[in-house]
Design a binder for this molecule. Sequence first.
Ligand SMILES: Cc1cc2nc3c(=O)[nH]c(=O)nc-3n(C[C@H](O)[C@H](O)[C@H](O)COP(=O)(O)O)c2cc1C
Ligand code: SF4
Length: 479
Amino acid sequence: MWKPAEKIRFESAPGIWPSAEEAEQSLLFAPLGYQALNMQNRTWIPAMVPWRSNEEGFVTQDNIDWYQRFAKGRPGALVVEATGIRDVPSGPLLRIGHDRFIKGLSELTRAVREASGQQTRIFIQIIDFLSIRRRPVHELYFKRFLRITDRHRQALSAQDWNEDEIRQALAAKSLDELAYILTERELDDLNMGYRERVSDTHLQNIAELPQTLPDLFTAAALRAKEAGFDGVELHYAHAYTMASFLSRTNQRTDGYGGSLENRMRLPLEIIEAVRKAVGHDFAVGCRYLADECIENGNHVDEAETIGVGFAHAGLDFISLSRGGKFDDAKQPKVGEAAYPYTGRSGYECMPGYISDHFGPFGRNVDASGRIRAAIRKAGYSTPVITAGGIHNFNQAEKILLSDKADIVGLARQALADPDWFKKVRSGKGDQIRLCEYSNYCEGLDQKHKAVTCQLWDREGLDQAGISKTPDGKRRLIAP
Ligand SMILES: Cc1cc2nc3c(=O)[nH]c(=O)nc-3n(C[C@H](O)[C@H](O)[C@H](O)COP(=O)(O)O)c2cc1C
Ligand code: SF4
């Protein structure tokens, strides 16, 4: 993963843990109700893909065990990982694109409710993503993938050559020479691997996204409601379709790109369609970026306007992440696909312990506070969730007391110790296993391997009845 040049090492600090009485009087453990959002406390586990599903996208026993373990810690809310809304194969990622997925998802919600004693609200993050291919072998790109155009003919002075001759001539050129011959997009396809973008409106499936996505998101939300979730989180963050619509990089010319108003059109149409279908007794929220953290991307100013627009559209919650884009991802090896968490924006999304002078703790808090303030100024009370490097009680409580957010998200800290919430609340904070922000878990995610935490995955491997990775080297669930 990308690291800031300063390379300063930070250690997670336990701060001062509250007694049980102090915790009980804190804002963090006070209930919060807003529209359909009805939380017992203000803690939140944001979505994390654990790579526990199967090739068909069904809920497996490993998925149930994973979420049940989090629920035992009794967070205020638990968001189930990014779950695909289309009925297309997508590897071992959860899917909700057909009614056949409802049964497994119902088992999951039942298991979470039971394990948390009905204390934890359970949401599911629903996602659409565009197709991406692996970085091609240089020769193969020119032989098979590149579409030959007049630009190539002109650059080679090869008006009367046949296509094969042009392909061979291009394949023999150096990268420096190709930089003058290929378009920026063609170079990117060669160096990074081809991926669809929302502005590829010459492709019918991309041109029609504004017509197809509202129905896909709506059907997925209705299935989530049937499966017993308390609500859905529309995934409008990171490198995926909806974040790309919102992004300043979206140059569509069909009314869904260019100006911020146009970029917000489809996200708002989806919110409206989903709400109309699910009614007002089911939470509809979204996760989007407080800052894309890329050159030419959205920054906090745009994110403020987006937040006000989403609050006006009646969302029950707004969860803020940052970064995580393809635009600045590292070049993948030949035969591998680009991964959106490898550049600076990826670092901003999941900051590690080697950091710049600001450090990895709470990098999204100020931006979240600005967006929340804009929403409040516009007259809306939509709860705002922030996340990023939060691991101790003082940090979390300060965020709430200083009006930077209404709910505090702990993703990796919950993975390091799913009992964080229960331990803090019962005055046993000193027993918490603090996340070190090593990003070992994120490295596993990148390789599409079962996500675990290095602080516990080798512990008690000889215990009877625990589930392990197929090689038997790591336990799958926190002790
Ligand atoms: C293994 C892993 C998987 C993740 N998967 C998702 C995901 O499915 N959807 C999402 O919005 N964010 C995802 N994230 C980002 C987290 O939700 C969170 O925003 C990020 O880790 C920063 O918060 P933290 O410092 O509390 O971990 C993932 C993070 C990790 C470590
Ligand atoms: S592996 Fe564990 S300690 Fe390291 S970042 Fe992930 S959750 Fe934190």
